[in-house]
Design a protein around this ligand. Sequence first.
Ligand SMILES: NC(=O)c1ccc[n+]([C@@H]2O[C@H](COP(=O)([O-])OP(=O)(O)OC[C@H]3O[C@@H](n4cnc5c(N)ncnc54)[C@H](OP(=O)(O)O)[C@@H]3O)[C@@H](O)[C@H]2O)c1
Length: 256
Amino acid sequence: MSFIDEINHANALIVGASQGIGLGFVKKLLQDERITKVYATYRQPESASELIALESENPERLICLALDITDELQIVEIVQTIRTEVKKLHLVINCVGLLHDSNLQPEKSLRQLNSENLLRYFQINSIGAVLLAKHLLPLFRHGERSVFATISAKLGSIGDNQLGGWYGYRASKAALNMFMRTAAIEYIRSSPKTFVVTLHPGTTDTRLSRPFQGNVPAEKLFSVERTVSQLLGVIEQLQEGDSGKFFSWDGSQLPW
Ligand SMILES: NC(=O)c1ccc[n+]([C@@H]2O[C@H](COP(=O)([O-])OP(=O)(O)OC[C@H]3O[C@@H](n4cnc5c(N)ncnc54)[C@H](OP(=O)(O)O)[C@@H]3O)[C@@H](O)[C@H]2O)c1
């Protein structure tokens, strides 16, 4: 039996749901009748039109909230909104991540490093997640089983790094893994029924991977739908003692 089956009226929060894997989770959870409410955050309406359209089609179940994860005050505000409405969350998946944008490309060599870009990677990929762990804790302390998953990346595994490059992305995901491992230990004490895990989705066809898909064999490039099903499978199979671990899309544990 999965952990969601054990709960009546599960509430979910997907952070970074405007597009890509996060939007895929929202679509999948809306099809699942065990989930009563889905909260979904987006940073800017321009890239969230599909999500916002879904909200108008499902006004009773989907609630969209604006959140830039680099602003702690905005995290506090969305948590307050959720607390006044439902008081408890059972599944939170943080899908926020940055690899490239118009001002920033992953570094191929030390020559390309600059502190401003490195700080952006850490602010978005690492610090946002641990601030979520800080402020979401009261919504998890309800005594029912719950999961707080953050999408990390195998590129953040220090032990697995054979190729080098992509300094900021790799280091920010490694920091993310350490933040969530540390938060998991504190959660075991203060919210013992909450699993805190980091998940590697596998290369998935989204804006983030698009410029780098050239060398990826077709069978290793997952659709968003496939990734979402695989990661929900991993989440549903979590067992006692799994909190604080870093899992790949196939359920195997990854080296730190
Ligand atoms: N795709 C892959 O192959 C792959 C592989 C390994 C790991 N991952 C990880 O999977 C996660 C999801 O990525 P994706 O592939 O779905 O990429 P994506 O389509 O680019 O989605 C990234 C999401 O993060 C949001 N975001 C970026 N900066 C933000 C900020 N400051 N505040 C709030 N939200 C912000 C984006 O919102 P906007 O629309 O507003 O920009 C978007 O919703 C990321 O953590 C990524 O590192 C992906």
